[in-house]
Design a protein around this ligand. Structure first.
Ligand code: 5AD
Ligand code: SF4
Length: 449
């Protein structure tokens, strides 16, 4: 039987979709890219902002017609909703879309093969149960991986090392959908990385909701922090690039800055979400850092690694955000000049503190502020990219482009770089001299392989 996975949301969800692919493939199911051909439709959902969960319900409408068409032909078609919307809104899903067969929260996806097997088995007896699994404490998601074959991988892959969150930023749904912080053992992480590398992976991004609060058991039996794990990862043969995401600015330490100095495969680029440039709003968001601490963290990293650049996330229109607060956000953006940034209108999430706060900002003001901020952030990104012209950057090529001999890859700063050179193939890492910028990507020539 064939399965199709539609993924929404963050990198951690992408990794979870890969886990489910591995588990189902190990159990004998075949992955397919065409939703109409699939017997099992999986939706791995996200609820971080409003639009993310609306999308699920519109996609489920399409899934319904596929299911009913198959049933008319006497065939089976399972619909399974996983991930963060599954965790947060299980009962709404079953109420609104009763033809969904199973709902699995993000910590339950290790059970995906058991659920599919059991649904198919019960159908043989004309039983059509709804299965609901949303225990946040289960850790068998990672335990299952040890006996799972790793299927198809690209050259750049994610590897979850830590999950969940204890921070409770007042706008954020994650502590409710992914549960409390949990760190995997270093031994399992290193083994998984080695298995990935044996399949051709060159670049690994270590993932965690708060990756800097990693505190898993080390290979020496002691508790390791993130910097210790980074040093251990750097010793793995065949790994050519190492990244980690997402860091909370409050957790940037001198040891992490030293790791950036010492480990040459660690990229000089860090995603450090600031969210707001107003200390008043940061407090209301419960971010536990001030703008001064944010700027200090950036300085600290640059002291140890001068070529560090940063990307960030911003939220505009958080409850009570005044014109002055918003101006402070523009000021800090101007000061840091991010190489890349994502910005969002604040979206009230059910069950979070901020959704209940007074003085919610009108939609129109949120939209105006977003447009102003995005223009500035775009200018900074263009400026950063323009400054790369004439410089030589290291690029990992991951796909072929539209033109003859064209390859596209990413620099250490996550910039898209394209070249035309028949001596390079995908999976190669090479030094490229940047000669030009075209819309959102850089163009260059190979300097040395
Ligand atoms: N509204 C708007 N943006 C949000 N983010 C998280 N929760 C919300 C919300 N309720 C943004 C933050 C975070 C990124 C992943 O999504 O900027 O860093
Ligand atoms: Fe979306 Fe957050 Fe869940 Fe990722 S962890 S899928 S961003 S809600």
């Amino acid at each position: 039987m064939k399965f199709f996975i539609k993924n929404y949301g963050c990198q951690m969800n992408l990794y979870d979709s890969e886990i489910m692919t591995d588990i189902l493939s190990t159990a004998g199911y075949i992955m397919c890219d065409n939703v109409d051909e699939a017997d099992i439709l999986l939706f791995n959902t996200c609820s971080i902002r409003e639009k993310a969960d609306e999308k699920l319900f519109s996609d489920l409408g399409r899934a319904k017609s596929i299911k009913f068409k198959k049933q008319d032909l006497g065939k089976e078609c399972l619909i399974i909703v996983c991930g963060c919307v599954a965790q947060a809104k299980a009962s709404t899903i079953f109420e609104r879309v009763p033809y969904v067969d199973a709902v699995l929260g993000p910590q339950e996806i290790g059970n995906i093969a058991i659920v599919v097997n059991s649904l198919l088995e019960q159908r043989k007896n004309n039983e059509y149960p709804h299965i609901l699994m949303r225990d946040l404490n289960t850790r068998n998601k990672f335990a299952t991986l040890k006996s799972t074959q790793i299927t198809k991988r690209g050259f750049s892959e994610f590897l979850t090392i830590q999950e969940g969150c204890n921070n409770f930023c007042t706008y954020c749904v994650v502590p409710y959908t992914r549960g409390r912080e949990f760190s995997r053992d270093a031994k399992d992480i290193i083994n998984e990385a080695k298995r990935m590398i044996s399949l051709g992976v060159k670049e690994i991004t270590l993932l965690g909701q708060n990756v800097n609060s990693y505190n898993g058991e080390g290979t020496d039996g002691k508790t390791w922090s993130l910097d210790r794990l980074l040093y251990a990862m750097a010793e793995i043969d065949g790994l050519v690039r190492l990244k980690y995401i997402t860091s909370n600015p409050k957790d940037i330490t001198e040891n992490i800055a030293k790791a950036h100095r010492d480990i040459d495969i660690l990229v000089p680029f860090l995603h450090l979400p600031i969210q707001s440039g107003s200390d008043f709003i940061l407090k209301k968001m419960n971010r536990k850092y001030s703008t001064d601490k944010y700027l200090y963290s950036i300085d600290l990293l640059r002291q140890y690694r001068a070529d560090m650049a940063f990307s960030s996330d911003f939220i505009v229109g958080f409850p009570e955000e005044s014109d002055k607060d918003f101006e402070d956000t523009l000021k800090i953006a101007d000061k840091v000049r991010f190489a890349q940034a994502y910005s969002f209108k604040y979206s009230p999430r059910e069950g979070t503190m901020a959704a209940k706060m007074n003085n919610q900002v009108p939609e129109k003001i949120k939209s105006e502020r977003l447009e102003i901020l995005q223009n500035i952030l775009n200018n900074h990104q263009n400026e950063f990219n323009r400054n790369t012209i004439g410089k030589t950057v290291s690029v990992l090529f991951t796909k072929y482009g539209k033109f003859k001999n064209q390859l596209v890859g990413r620099s250490e700063y996550s910039q898209a770089v394209s070249i035309c050179d028949s001596s390079i193939k995908i999976g190669d890492i090479a030094h490229v001299k940047i000669t030009d910028i075209k819309s959102h990507s850089l163009v260059g020539i190979i300097e040395k392989k």
